[in-house]
Ligand binder design. Structure first.
Ligand code: GLC
Length: 692
């Protein structure tokens, strides 16, 4: 059951699609004795100038949720601030990441979920200040609170997902392996990547075009010198079964004669300062204006701009810098220079060193800048900081809505860096700039279920890490996990060590890992589409599937995947394998060398398993059928009819295999019911299977 409460005058974010009547709550209601019963769970709320919610957590309570957030699956013991931040150095002390997803589940007695639809800064203090206190507070008191009661955490997730509407469905080819790097400067650089992968027979479906394809980083332009005859180049890549994915940044370069800029000024599409002039922010192109995506006219205008690239054969995009990231504002620079001037005759000492350093460091992504520009919603001016978390969502919505018109029934790949719940209907996300650190591989693992809870199914991290130099073993281990994430993209920053698979020693091992992904794509895609349609999670904490097994309640480095799988990635350097806990007897399917794999049944309990650098362990629940396709080097040539069927059979087994053409929207697929009869004795079944 979901109850919607209204505090003050909330901003209509359109995060929620279901129509629910809300109960208006006044400060007077909260002082009454009856307020105890008002919320269907024992929370207490204060709401006057600002809003705060409190809940007393028993020791055994686990708090799930928050989507793209730091630390573990269980959010207890730390503080998380929903305020989309461009922070590539997100070490474990950070409070905010690129997305803001205000949904949590309190798994105790009672078990309930809370969604706070509030687009400004919102703090979740989950036992950080006081061990047993959950405190949620915001800067003002205008928000919708949804209280979801249910029988267990997964039931609450499903109700929540139904509330916020169906998740984005990408094309099938977006499940192929994808190579990216900031630093491919020319068409020839991209051709080289294609050549190097294809001549070695390593699977690949897409190559990314980072900011250098543009003319001086101007959105919806192509540098003709570096990318001559662009449409032909796109077609050449398509003939090689490769998709090109250009980046689109939020800021529009200020430059006379640049049509996007001029149209934006003429149409009044940009964010304004208080005095009505267009706000200027420094990003990659230098001085830019930010489109005011809060205005429908701006969304329509900007969304239609993607047509420039669609016409050239492009069928996928990544929207970036849309927190929005701000390197500097004019005001910030002016103030800083003025302060530095004052320092001219000061002592050259430690105090002034630190002061100077602080001045310069705080130029970038300074929250003061968020108070310097406004959005216009139905003729009303709203200061950016009040609705900050919606900017990336609305940018991606502009593109997603436009694609429905521009490409009609064809799916376009779209994902964004910044996001808010609601955006999951228009695109996926990548989890922003991470680092080539083992800790960020573990963070990637732990984040996947939380993202799924909030509706973000098509997601993944920069495999291998964006910043810092990768090591070969980290790349291999990260790929071995990335095999299971819907977005499987290797991306890295300019200036770091090259991390394309052919750049690292002994390519065979990389080829083998990516080969496993291709063999699993039809099955993973089937699981993915079913999760979209049924509001399910692709990745789940073990506790969701085994609620009565107290051993799994705190396991965070193994995940359930789809209906019947469990994964246990290796995420430590120099490890020869890892400990795995099996909540029941399972089929241990280990992908070894080449296209080989071994199978054995492991019993419920703890095991230490040896896992080599290019090996992938996968655990299959009894009586769950897994399908392996034949090896392929891209999704276009992937045979989705002939499979090897694997199952550990103890009674009868069945599986609903979903397939479609991978491109039409809405998905027009068919389901094939596979079944195997009850055996005389438990056994592993392998058989060839053809779908008609
Ligand atoms: C941002 C993006 C990163 C991209 C870079 C250059 O840092 O997060 O993925 O490569 O900008 O465009």
């Amino acid at each position: 059951m979901i109850t919607k409460y209204c505090f003050g005058t909330p901003f209509e974010t359109e995060a929620v699609t279901a129509n629910l009547n809300s109960i208006a709550v006044t400060p007077f209601d909260l002082t009454k004795e009856s307020s105890k019963d008002m919320f269907h769970c024992p929370i207490s709320i204060k709401s006057d100038d600002n809003f705060s919610l409190e809940y007393e957590m028993e020791d055994n309570v686990i708090v799930y949720g928050l989507g793209e957030a730091n630390r573990g699956i269980n959010k207890r013991g730390y503080q998380y601030i929903s305020y989309c931040a461009d922070d590539p150095n997100h070490t474990e002390n950070k409070f905010s990441l690129y997305g803001a997803h205000n949904f949590i589940i309190i798994d105790g007695n009672p078990c309930f979920g809370l969604f706070l639809d509030y687009p400004g800064k919102l703090t979740f203090d989950i036992g950080y200040s006081f061990h047993s206190k959950l405190r949620i507070f915001s800067e003002d008191s205008n928000l919708y609170l949804y209280v979801i009661s249910g029988t267990n955490p997964y039931d609450i997730v499903k109700q929540f997902r139904e509330l916020i509407g169906e998740s984005y469905l990408p094309p099938l080819w977006a499940f192929g392996y994808q190579q990216s790097r900031w630093g491919y400067q020319t068409a020839q650089d991209i051709r080289t990547v294609a050549d190097e992968y294809q001549k070695r027979g390593i699977g690949l479906d897409a190559i990314y075009m980072d900011i250098d394809y543009m003319e001086r980083y101007k959105d919806f332009t192509i540098d003709e010198e570096k990318f001559p005859n662009f449409s032909e180049f796109v077609a050449e890549m398509k003939n090689r079964n490769l998709h090109l994915i250009p980046i689109i940044d939020a800021g529009v370069k200020i430059e006379d004669g640049y049509s996007v800029y001029e149209e934006g000024v003429a149409g009044d599409y940009f964010c304004k300062r208080e005095d009505g002039t267009n706000f200027i922010a420094g990003v990659w192109p230098g001085d830019t204006h930010f489109p005011d995506f809060f205005k429908k006219e701006t969304r329509d205008w900007f969304g239609n701009k993607y047509q420039y690239l669609l016409e050239k054969g492009i069928d996928g995009f990544w929207n970036d810098m849309n927190e929005p990231a701000i390197f500097y504002s004019k005001e910030g620079l002016e103030n800083t220079f003025a302060e530095i001037k004052k320092l001219e005759n000061r002592e050259l000492d430690l105090t002034n060193f630190f002061y100077l350093k602080h001045l310069v460091d705080s130029l970038q992504n300074n929250e003061e800048d968020h108070k310097r520009f406004y959005h216009e919603v139905d003729g009303v001016k709203i200061r950016h900081d009040k609705v900050h978390n919606l900017y990336g969502y609305y940018m991606t919505r502009a593109a997603g809505e436009a694609f429905l018109k521009l490409s009609e029934s064809k799916r376009i790949l779209l994902f964004s860096r910044s996001s808010y719940i609601g955006m999951h209907r228009y695109g996926g996300i990548w989890t922003g700039d991470n680092q080539s650190w083992w800790s960020h591989l573990l963070l990637n693992i732990k984040m996947m279920p939380s993202l799924n809870m909030c509706g973000f199914l098509y997601s993944g991290a920069d495999l291998g890490g964006f910043g810092s130099d990768v090591t070969r073993d980290l790349m291999l281990r990260w790929l071995a996990f990335g095999i299971f994430t819907p977005l499987m993209r290797n991306h890295s920053a300019i200036g770091t060590r090259n991390q394309e698979c052919y750049e690292l020693e002994s390519t065979e091992e990389f080829k083998h890992l990516i080969g496993i992904r291709y063999r699993l794509i039809p099955y993973l895609y089937s699981e993915f589409v079913k999760a979209v349609k049924n509001n399910e999670m692709l990745f789940r904490p073990l506790a969701f599937d085994y609620p009565n097994d107290t051993q799994v309640r705190r396991i965070e480095d193994q995940l359930m995947l789809g209906d019947g799988l469990m994964i246990a990635p290796v995420y430590t350097q120099n490890a020869t394998g890892r400990y795995v806990y099996l909540p029941e007897d399972m089929l241990y399917l280990k992908f070894t060398k080449g296209s080989d794999y071994s199978m054995e049944v492991l019993t419920k309990g703890h095991h230490y398993l040896l896992v080599g650098l290019s090996e992938v362990p996968l655990f299959v629940k009894p009586n769950h059928i897994v399908l392996l396709a034949n090896p392929a080097q891209n999704t276009a040539t992937l045979n989705r009819k002939n499979f090897t069927l694997l199952c550990y059979l103890t009674k009868e087994a069945s599986y609903e295999f979903y397939e479609d053409d991978g491109i039409t929207l809405p998905a027009n697929g068919t389901t094939t019911n596979l079944s195997i009869d009850c055996p005389d004795t438990a056994r592993i079944v392998t058989s060839e299977f053809v779908i008609n």
